[in-house]
Design a protein around this ligand. Structure first.
Ligand code: AR6
Length: 172
């Protein structure tokens, strides 16, 4: 297996356009779509995704739900419900960390070689970006060290400043 850092990549892109086996959605607890990256993923995956998600009955912060990707070219979507930032003393860091760990664990379960993450909770859910990035990098490093799948993880950033923050954090 190649070294840990060779298995991690930072891209500035729309996550729906990536060539990976699975993408992570920054979903809400309803799993029925919303704005931000969730809206973009539901639009690109088509109405069958919502039809599939509705009967699932929702999810909870820190949990990740596996679905097919429907009209998207990936094999799967991992719907992570990140925590809403409420000051940081309500378990937000641990809930965010669990999203990253569980999304990686689903790749091991389903034999998916590559996984792309958006910056979960850092948009509408207002998690501070620097802290969220540190948590994301640390959790992904831990998951990659423990398993051969996913072989490759992409941190998919929607702005160049987010991508720079990930690169700096990874360089530490
Ligand atoms: N590709 C990659 N990243 C994106 C894309 C995209 N197409 N679009 C936005 N981002 P957010 P949250 C980035 O708000 O904070 C939704 O309404 C964005 O710039 O999408 O976890 C859900 O339904 C930011 O860096 O997710 C929930 O109700 C990051 O994705 C709520 O928002 C996350 O921003 C979840 O809030």
């Amino acid at each position: 297996m190649s070294s840990l850092e060779n298995r991690i990549e930072v891209l500035h892109a729309d996550i729906t356009t990536l060539d990976v086996d699975a993408i992570v959605n920054a979903a809400n607890a309803s799993l029925c779509g919303g704005g931000g990256v969730d809206g973009a993923i539901h639009r690109a995956a088509g109405p069958d995704l919502l039809a599939h998600c509705r009967p699932l009955g929702g999810s909870r912060p820190g949990e990740v739900t596996f679905t097919p990707a429907f009209d998207l070219p990936m094999k799967a979507i991992h719907h992570a419900v990140g925590p809403v930032w409420r000051g940081g003393n309500r378990g937000e860091p641990d809930l965010l960390r669990r999203c990253y760990l569980q999304a990686c664990a689903l790749c091991a379960q389903h034999d998916l070689a590559s996984l792309a993450f958006p910056a979960i909770s850092t948009g509408a859910y207002r998690f501070p970006r620097k802290q969220a990035t540190r948590i994301a990098v640390q959790a992904v490093r831990e998951a990659l060290a423990a398993a051969s799948q996913p072989a490759r993880v992409v941190f998919c950033c929607f702005s160049e400043s987010d991508a720079a923050l990930y690169r700096t954090t990874l360089a530490r």
